[in-house]
Structures are given as C-alpha cells and as structure tokens.
Design a protein around this ligand. Structure first.
Ligand code: TXA
Ligand code: MG
Length: 335
C-alpha cells in the first residue's frame, strides 16, 4: 500500500523526527557521502521486511548495517580481525564496508541468511547525526528500486521511492556519488567485493594485499551483471569509435546519447551529448545523474568510454560495465 512520503531539509529537527520514525519501525532515506540510503531499524524485523518491499529487492540479499562509530561493530561481529581494526582506523568514518563473521545478534533478515554481516560507519554529517540520535544499527541499502541506478540526491530518491518511504532527509548531493568499497575479511585474506572510493591501492598499502573478487565470492547484488542500470541500454566503446557508433545507431533509427567530457564533432541530428567531467572524482559524483539524464532525454542507447582503471577509475569502470551488462540474467545461487 502506498504511504505518504515527506521530504525535509536535514535540519536538527528533521533528523530528530527521522530518528523517531526509525524507532517506530518506519523507513527513512538519508544522505551518506557515497549515495542515499534507505534506512530501517536493523533490530526490527517488521521494519526490515518493509524496507525490502519498498526496494522490490529479493529477501535473500544481505543489507549493509550502518553504525555511528567503529566501537559499535564489536556487538555485531563474532570477532574483529586485526585487519578490520587497521582498515577501520584508516577509513572510518568513510566510504568503506567491512564484511565480517556476524554475531548471532544480527538477524537473518539483514544478512540474507549469510554467516557474515556488512558493516559501515558513514562520514556524512547527516548520517552521523541520525545514527547517533537513533542510537542503534540501521540497515540501509541504496535508496533505489532493485537493479536501478543509485540515488545521489534527494530528488532522485523521491523519483525512485515516492509512496514507499516515510521520510527523505534532503542533505543535498552526495559528495562521492558511488557506493562504498566492500571488503570481505571473513575468509582470511581480504577480498574487495565492490570497488569504491577507498581504493584497492590504499587497501594494499595498508594490508599488503587486496585481491579482486573470486568466483566463490558470496552474492552481492551489485555483483549481478546488470545492476546500476538506467532504462536506456548502455554500451561501452573505445573513444575513437564513439562518433561512428553513434552515427550507425542513429542511422538505424535509435535515439542515442553520448556521454563525453567534450562535445564530439560530427554528430548528426537526434544524437544527444551528455557532458560528463573529465576528472575522476567529479565523474564519479555525477555518474548516476548522467545515466538518469539519458533516460530523461528519451534516449534508447547511451554510449560511454571507460576511465583509466586505477584509483577511483576502477569503481567508475565497474559501475559502467555493470550498467552495460546483460539485463535478463537470474541472480546467481548463493555461494
Ligand atoms: O555506499 C553504500 O554502501 C550504500 C550506502 C547507503 O551505505 N549502500 C549500498 O547498499 O550500496 P546496497 O544494499 O545497495 O549494496 C550493498 C551491497 C549489496 O550488494 C549486498 O549484497 C552487499 O553489499 N552485502 C551486504 N552484506 C553483505 C555480506 N554479509 N556479504 C557480502 N555482501 C554483502
Ligand atoms: Mg544498491
């Protein structure tokens, strides 16, 4: 059943109201430095069920648990390995999620039945204030419908979840714009399950190694081939092939958008240019908005190139490849 969705500027009063709603088992969307989250009281099974329903997400997908400070993970993890303490000291609060063996206190609903739990201490002042005032763990996936592009501003949350979330705290655009780096420390050597603003290079510098995900990695919904996808089909093409590919598609009657820092020369009518920043941090910040823009323009195909795959470029390329991935695959079985 549809509910009324309120959107409020994230003032102290609004954050106070949001904490009260979480306590009452309601859903609150809030800004983090990565993307907006759709928060529910992690200790309230009814609230967590409501959150899955609002997202349209399968119930066996694990959700990240957000806490106000690193000390709070002691009660949620079965044990905290030394590597977790090292990473937490370096990157929390911040855009990093640690997957650890879970304490029995964490509900199966939150972990999707896994023996591990994803934990994050976000840095955004609104997220921190909300978590502190609420005083407990908040389960929060990205505030978008399942399989769609994450929301990086309050208006995009409203587009995705109007009628499904009680309150949206508007804290402006998210400063990073891509979801947190997920690092699995539950199986010995660290494994990066999802690249993000905490880079593989940074993790490797601290821990010695940081491997890419293995085939045995547990299911991460962001690891499904098609995820973070707009309505339009996304194609990754080499820079020198952009214009030719756009013209070929245009000739075939397709409405095409080119995502590029500079307006390509030689575009025909009906081929739209969506400007993206050349610099990686700005590209990451505006990536999801640019994919939404392609849909707003009514384009059927979006052509993009990939950044250099180092640092944040690894995460940008990962999301673009997933946006371009096949759409009709079933989720893989749990490892
Ligand atoms: O930046 C972020 O991480 C944002 C903000 C709101 O914190 N959250 C986010 O949540 O991206 P979500 O649910 O859209 O993506 C979290 C990913 C999912 O793909 C989920 O499968 C994975 O984290 N995950 C959560 N718990 C896990 C676990 N125990 N083991 C492996 N993957 C896990
Ligand atoms: Mg998500």
């Amino acid at each position: 059943m549809a509910i009324t969705t309120n959107m409020l500027a994230a003032t102290p009063e609004a954050i106070h109201e949001a904490a009260g709603l979480l306590r009452a088992g309601r859903l609150v969307a809030f800004p983090t430095e990565t993307v907006y989250g759709l928060g529910a009281d992690a200790g309230n099974p009814e609230a967590v069920r409501r959150m899955f329903a609002a997202k349209g997400r399968p119930a066996d997908h694990p959700v990240i648990v957000h806490v106000a400070d690193a000390a709070a993970i002691e009660a949620l993890a079965a044990s905290v390995p030394a590597a977790a303490r090292t990473l937490a000291a370096a990157f929390w609060p911040g855009p990093m999620t640690l997957v650890l063996r879970r304490s029995p206190r964490v509900s199966d609903l939150v972990t999707g039945g896994l023996e591990t739990v994803g934990l994050r201490v976000p840095a955004h002042p609104v997220a921190r204030a909300l978590l502190t005032e609420f005083g407990g763990p908040v389960a929060a996936p990205s505030a978008n419908r399942f399989g769609r592009v994450s929301a990086t501003c309050a208006e995009h949350v409203l587009e995705e979840l109007a009628g499904h979330v009680d309150l949206i705290l508007d804290g402006g655009p998210c400063p990073i714009g891509l979801e947190s780096t997920i690092i699995d420390l539950s199986r010995g050597a660290p494994v990066i399950l999802r690249p993000g603003a905490v880079t593989a290079e940074q993790v490797a510098a601290l821990l010695g190694t940081a491997a890419a995900p293995s085939g045995a990695a547990p299911r991460v919904s962001g690891n499904l081939p098609s995820h973070y996808a707009p309505q339009a089909r996304v194609e990754v093409v080499p820079p020198e092939a952009l214009v030719a590919r756009a013209l070929a598609l245009g000739t075939a009657g397709k409405r095409v958008a080119i995502l590029a820092p500079q307006e390509p020369v030689g575009l025909g009518p009906g081929i739209r240019w969506v400007q993206i920043p050349a610099e990686q941090a700005a590209w990451a910040r505006s990536l999801y908005a640019s994919l939404r823009r392609v849909d707003e323009l009514g384009c059927e195909v979006a052509l993009t190139t990939l950044p250099k795959e180092e640092g944040l470029g690894t995460a940008i390329a990962d999301r673009l490849r997933r946006a371009a991935g096949p759409r009709d695959l079933e989720p893989e079985p749990l490892a």
